[in-house]
Structure formats: structure tokens, C-alpha cells
Write a protein that binds this ligand. Structure first.
Ligand code: ADP
Ligand code: MG
Length: 236
């Protein structure tokens, strides 16, 4: 399974017109992720990390370049097809958790599974299992306002994992957390890559989390300055 990228982006770039002229958020960039690889993208604020992540996950259209995901060119897809691919195969985790305030932990997860077409009984069972797997079996009925920051992020992780995605995209998932919870999140992402063969791309400016990554990609001023070297092969 090695050398067969799950995701392969070539020459993707993005610039914005601003009052003071054009800002290049991302110079034309190549980026690939293999099965079972946990890639961390690190760099100072404003270096283009979120832009790269949004482009390769299909949330933002690049000015140029091509992105193949699971052997399909997402830059050539229509909106409906790209939305369906994202729903089916991608998990997202953000800094601000993006939970719905009115829903319990269980409902946050099961609503996504139902949108994927699962019957509600099966969606509930899978939601409970996913929440148990992140250590929240005792918090199934809690709403976000009665969960700690670490617990909220674990709900978001359970929501991303429950649909059994092929790729997970995480943008600063630990930056609102203390270091213990931050490490736990990084460990869960690493385990997901290693055990389930998922490709995980995690943007972070916390150098303490780099030890968990298989590869660290460094960015500066809208460019990848170091693509990093993968530490070990996925053996699944
Ligand atoms: N919508 C936008 N309009 C104008 N400039 C933007 C926009 N999004 C990002 N940028 C600029 O692009 C650069 C990279 O931003 P970003 O990808 O958010 O960096 P990072 O995630 O590493 O902090 C920054 O200079 C930022 O100000
Ligand atoms: Mg960012």
C-alpha cells in the first residue's frame, strides 16, 4: 500500500486581491499523503497552513493546480459530487470544535451518520462506540456547555472518526486545549492513522506535538520550506 498516495495535490496555489494589492496566501505547491500517514503541517501564523488545508480538503478552490483524492480529480468535480465525497470520505476537526449547542454528544455524532444514510439505530450504536473510543462513554447525553474543552474536542474527533473516513483534516485542533489534552488529541490522531490506515493531516504551531507525527511539513511565507521525511511505513 505504500507509494500510493491517498491524496496528491500538484501546483495548488491561492492569492487574494486586497486594498494594498495581491496577497499570495499559497505559492504553487505540491503535497501528498499516503495511507496510514500522520502528517503535521507546521509554521508561523500567516504562513499559509490553513489555506493549504482548505484547498486539499476541497473547501477552498485553488487558483491553479490539481488535486487527486482516492484516484479522483476533485478540482474537476461539480459541487454536488465534491460535497458527496467529503461527506463520505473526509473527517474534519477544527480549533473551535464546531459543535451544535443544542445537541448532546451522541446527537453531534449520529446526525452526521444519518446524513450519510445510516438508519437511526445503527447511527446511535456507532456514535456511542465512537464516543466510548475517545473516553466519553459517560458523557453521551451531555451538551457542549456541560463539557470541558478537552471533552468537546474529543466529541469532534468522535464525530470525524465515526464515519470511518479515509482522510482526516485537522486545523489547529489542540490550540484551545491545555498541554495534557493537546497530547491526548495528538495521540488519538496518530492511533487513527496507524490502526485504521487513515491519512491524517494536522495543522499545528505547537512543536511539542511534532513527536507524534510520521512526518512534519514546514511552511513559511506561503511555501513549503521542508516536506519532511516519513518516519515509518504503515504496516497494515
Ligand atoms: N480570505 C483572505 N483574504 C485575504 N488574505 C487572506 C485570506 N485568507 C488568508 N489570507 C492571507 O494569506 C496568508 C496565509 O493565511 P493562512 O493560510 O490563514 O495562514 P496560517 O493558517 O498559516 O496562519 C496570510 O497572509 C493571510 O493574511
Ligand atoms: Mg491557520
Amino acid at each position: 500500500m505504500r507509494n500510493e498516495p491517498l491524496l496528491n495535490a500538484r501546483g495548488v496555489g491561492k492569492s487574494y486581491a486586497t486594498g494594498g494589492g495581491r496577497v499570495i496566501a499559497l505559492h504553487p505547491t505540491d503535497f501528498a499523503v499516503e495511507r496510514g500517514e500522520f502528517v503535521m503541517v507546521s509554521g508561523p501564523s500567516g504562513s499559509g497552513k490553513s489555506t493549504l488545508l482548505a484547498i486539499i480538503s476541497g473547501l477552498l478552490t485553488p487558483d491553479a493546480g490539481q488535486i487527486e483524492v482516492l484516484g479522483r480529480d476533485i478540482t474537476a468535480m461539480g459541487k454536488a459530487e465534491a460535497d458527496a465525497l467529503r461527506l463520505e470520505s473526509f473527517g474534519f476537526i477544527f480549533q473551535g470544535f464546531h459543535l451544535l449547542p443544542a445537541l448532546t454528544a451522541m446527537e453531534q455524532v449520529s446526525i452526521v451518520l444519518r446524513r450519510q444514510g445510516l438508519k437511526s439505530r445503527l447511527a446511535d450504536t456507532r456514535s456511542a462506540l465512537a464516543l466510548e473510543a475517545v473516553g466519553l462513554g459517560h458523557r453521551l447525553k451531555n451538551r457542549p456547555d456541560s463539557l470541558s474543552g478537552g471533552e468537546r474536542q474529543r466529541v469532534a474527533i468522535a464525530r470525524a472518526l465515526a464515519k470511518r473516513p479515509q482522510l482526516i483534516f485537522a486545523d489547529e485542533p489542540t490550540s484551545a486545549l491545555d498541554s495534557t489534552n493537546g497530547r491526548q488529541v495528538a495521540e488519538m490522531l496518530r492511533a487513527t492513522a496507524l490502526e485504521d490506515g487513515v491519512g491524517v493531516i494536522c495543522v499545528s504551531h505547537d512543536p511539542r506535538l511534532e513527536v507524534y507525527a510520521d512526518r512534519v511539513v514546514r511552511m513559511e511565507d506561503g511555501r513549503i520550506t521542508d516536506p519532511g521525511v516519513r518516519k515509518e511505513a504503515y504496516s497494515g
